[in-house]
Design a protein around this ligand. Structure first.
Ligand SMILES: C[S@@+](CC[C@H](N)C(=O)[O-])C[C@H]1O[C@@H](n2cnc3c(N)ncnc32)[C@H](O)[C@@H]1O
Length: 444
């Protein structure tokens, strides 16, 4: 296995993302298996792929003056990936990055293309990249500097102002920290930290979530601790939902958008595996993900059903749930740090379509809740239209629902709550951008 193979695999993934709009995390797992990539090469492949996607617009800005003719897409991706190594990768000397690029160009193309790639990269090495100071429009500059599409920076600037937008865009460029949730039904945080340590994984307690841990080094997915259900991979922001739900042992809960079950299983944990959680998802194949997760974690109170949650009233009696969770499908603009391809894949039109689905899911939840019961709405986006505007429209249309205080959130989170609404930004504590609101159904 050579470094060249890791680079070819990275190029393959970049190509597929452009062609099929597939998600980088899925393609990466597939490529690791397909190219049999192991050990340090897994790190190289991951960093090259994510880094190149993360910095795509900046890299294109730097490459443009040096490209004099139309290039095939794979050549452009090869140039992006090689320039990424030259500019942002300390452990690869520039000449090695150029040499590898030329070798791949020879193999995939022909001598002419190899010469072209060599010429462009050597010119950049000699002359340096153009300065970003030449960009006068602050939105455009932030867009190029942090590689977020112009429309997105302009939209966030309108919603949150330039300073917050800048921090968000800059945080999205940092390497993500993996976090996990300890399965308190089986063990405790100290024991899991000891076990991971013994298995060669460096981890420490989360400063936000009592049962959360942050992984500093190593891959927990391959550990016995993971396989035997002592913990599950979940972002700290996502863990806040079970806190906000505040579900009690013995209650009946409806989780309307449940797969793959990260929050469903956390709810079961917080209910001490006592009560009933009905977990819905539109896609039948995803229901298996919920039951696989529950089985691994030793959870028995979850019952999965494949159904469009907007038709929940056809299957369940009105008013039969103490609490309902709508963890809605959303743009995912809060998780750009972990899934950088999201920022290029979404458009403003997509956001409009999503707000309609979010609204109809909330509308369907109303009938399901007992009078006096609670509804939690959550998303992993930072978009005002998907979050606050959806809440405002819901409250206008459903007078029996009241926005209520978010009780039971961990202490460190409480200062982030404003007017009963929690909007987490990626820069707040390095977790995903995330939104939570809680409604109570008035007594008749
Ligand atoms: C944000 S994800 C849920 C993540 C999940 N709650 C967790 O913590 O693991 C949204 C889910 O909603 C599902 N979904 C989308 N539209 C739906 C609908 N109309 N009814 C039910 N589920 C739907 C998607 O398949 C997706 O799995």
């Amino acid at each position: 296995m050579s470094n060249t193979t890791a680079r070819e695999a990275a190029l393959d993934i970049l190509e597929q993302i452009d062609k099929n709009q597939s998600y980088s995390n899925l393609l990466l797992n597939h490529a690791i298996k397909k190219f049999n990539i192991k050990g340090p090469d897994t790190g190289l492949l991951t960093e090259l792929t994510y880094g190149t996607i993360q910095r795509k617009l900046t890299l294109d800005y730097y490459l443009t003056p040096f490209i004099k003719k139309k290039l095939e897409n794979w050549v452009r991706n090869l140039l992006r990936m090689s320039l990424y190594q030259m500019l942002y990768f300390d452990r690869v000397p520039e000449r090695a990055a150029i040499h590898e690029a030329v070798e791949i160009a020879k193999k995939r193309g022909h001598k002419g293309i190899a010469g072209l790639v060599n010429g462009i990269l050597r010119s950049i090495q000699r002359e340096g990249v153009p300065s970003l100071n030449d960009i006068l429009d602050p939105i455009e500059r932030l867009s190029i500097e942090t590689s977020h599409p112009y429309w997105l920076v302009a939209r966030w600037n309108e919603q949150y102002g330039l300073e917050k937008t800048k921090k968000m865009c800059e945080t999205n460029l940092l390497a993500p920290v993996q976090t996990a949730r300890v399965n308190t039904l089986k063990t405790n945080r100290e024991a899991v930290l000891d076990q991971l340590n013994a298995e060669g994984v460096e981890a420490k307690p989360s400063s936000i979530i009592p049962e959360g841990i942050s992984i500093m080094k190593g891959n927990i997915a391959h550990t016995n601790a993971y396989k035997t259900g002592m913990l599950t991979i979940q972002d700290e922001s996502s863990m806040l939902v079970a806190y906000a739900m505040n579900a009690q042992p013995g209650e009946t809960i409806l989780d309307m958008c449940a797969a793959p079950g990260g929050k469903t299983t956390h709810l079961a944990q917080s209910m001490n595996n006592e009560g009933q959680i009905v977990a819905l998802d539109l896609h039948p194949h995803k229901i298996k993900l919920i039951s696989d997760n529950a089985d691994r974690l030793g959870i028995e109170c979850i019952e999965g059903t494949a159904i469009d949650a907007r038709k929940a009233h056809e299957k369940f009696e009105a008013g039969s749930f103490d609490r309902v969770l709508v963890d809605a499908p959303c743009s995912g603009l809060g998780v750009v740090r972990r899934k950088p391809d999201i920022k290029y894949a979404k458009s403003e039109n997509d956001l409009e379509g999503l707000t309609a689905v979010q609204h109809s899911l909330l509308a369907a939840a109303v009938d399901m809740i007992k009078p006096g019961g609670k509804l939690i709405y959550s998303t992993c986006t930072v978009d005002h239209a998907e979050n606050n505007d959806t809440v405002a429209k819901f409250l206008r249309e459903y007078k029996q629902m009241e926005l209520t205080a978010l009780e039971n959130l961990p202490e460190a989170i409480q200062p982030l709550v404003q007017d009963n609404i929690l909007q987490v930004f990626p820069q707040d504590f390095n977790g995903d951008g995330f939104f939570i609101a809680c409604f109570e159904k008035k007594q008749n």
